[in-house]
Design a binder for this molecule. Structure first.
Ligand code: NAI
Length: 244
């Protein structure tokens, strides 16, 4: 039976592509979704078409009780999680002086606290098994900052600190923890940007194209597998050279 992966925010975009990459590699994948049940069920069926069981679990990653319930549903169905992919994330862009307290708290709640709750919910069993992979989806803006993205870039930078610390704490138990920092990937999150903003971003990308969710999925599949076992505490940038 395939190893067990839990991908948060897996009903669309990068999370969906990650789930598909893992299912193709033979993982049993549980995706989490917040509200879009129809989309999540469609992804679950697509995952099953690769020959493994799949789960679609409703829940808010910013709510520790929801996270505990989802993880125990996975454990009840299949057993402990081998690979956690903290992908769920939100943004709400605004210039620094207009940024509202409520928005900063919401973004940190989902992007940082959500990743923390999920990691804590799976780590104990990984320690017991002496095997695990935690892969955190951050962003290049966590490295570089970005105009209008104070809260989002701060939440993504926080992920690097969490990744490095967990890597140090959990390495003795053969658990690797890494971060991925995508640049501009074509998803619903980025489709809302105006054409002129997209043109301006394209001008900053040496490879002269936007990234595809499947390219992030392939990187996650590599980090989830056995052969990446000597990589831990790292941030892998996948941005067409944008941050160079
Ligand atoms: P998206 O908006 O298409 O998907 C995000 C997913 O997270 C959705 O399925 C959403 O329902 C889920 N989600 C949001 N809040 C949640 C919550 N509280 N509980 C559970 N699920 C929740 O975004 P996209 O583009 O697929 O992004 C995925 C990840 O990649 C995010 O963490 C994002 O910050 C990151 N990223 C995306 C980039 C891009 O260019 N698209 C660039 C760099 C990072």
């Amino acid at each position: 039976m395939g190893k067990i992966a839990f991908v948060t925010g897996g009903s669309r975009g990068i999370g969906k592509a990650i789930a598909i990459s893992l299912a193709k590699e033979g993982f049993r994948v549980a995706i989490n979704y917040r509200s879009k049940e129809k989309e999540a069920v469609a992804v679950k069926q697509e995952l099953e078409s690769f020959g493994q069981e799949a789960l679609a679990l409703q829940g808010n990653v910013a709510d520790s009780a929801d996270v505990a319930r989802m993880v125990s549903e996975i454990e009840g169905a299949w057993g402990p999680v081998d690979v956690l992919v903290n992908n769920a994330g939100i943004n709400k862009d605004n210039m620094f002086l207009r940024t509202k307290e409520e928005d900063v708290r919401n973004i940190l709640d989902v992007n940082l606290m959500g990743a923390f709750f999920c990691a804590q919910a799976v780590a104990k069993k990984m320690i017991k098994k002496r095997w695990g992979r935690i892969i955190n989806i951050s962003s290049v803006v966590g490295l570089t900052g970005n105009v209008g993205q104070m809260a989002y870039s701060a939440s993504k930078a926080a992920i690097f600190g969490m990744t490095k610390t967990l890597a140090k704490e959990l390495s003795a138990r053969n658990i690797t923890v890494n971060a991925i920092a995508p640049g501009f990937i074509e998803t619903e999150m980025t489709s809302g940007l105006s054409e002129s903003v997209q043109e301006a971003i394209l001008g900053q990308i040496p490879l002269k194209r936007f990234g595809q969710p499947e390219e992030v999925g392939a990187l996650v599949a590599y980090l989830a597998n056995e052969e990446s076992g000597y990589i831990t505490g790292q941030t892998i940038v996948i941005d067409g050279g944008m941050s160079l």
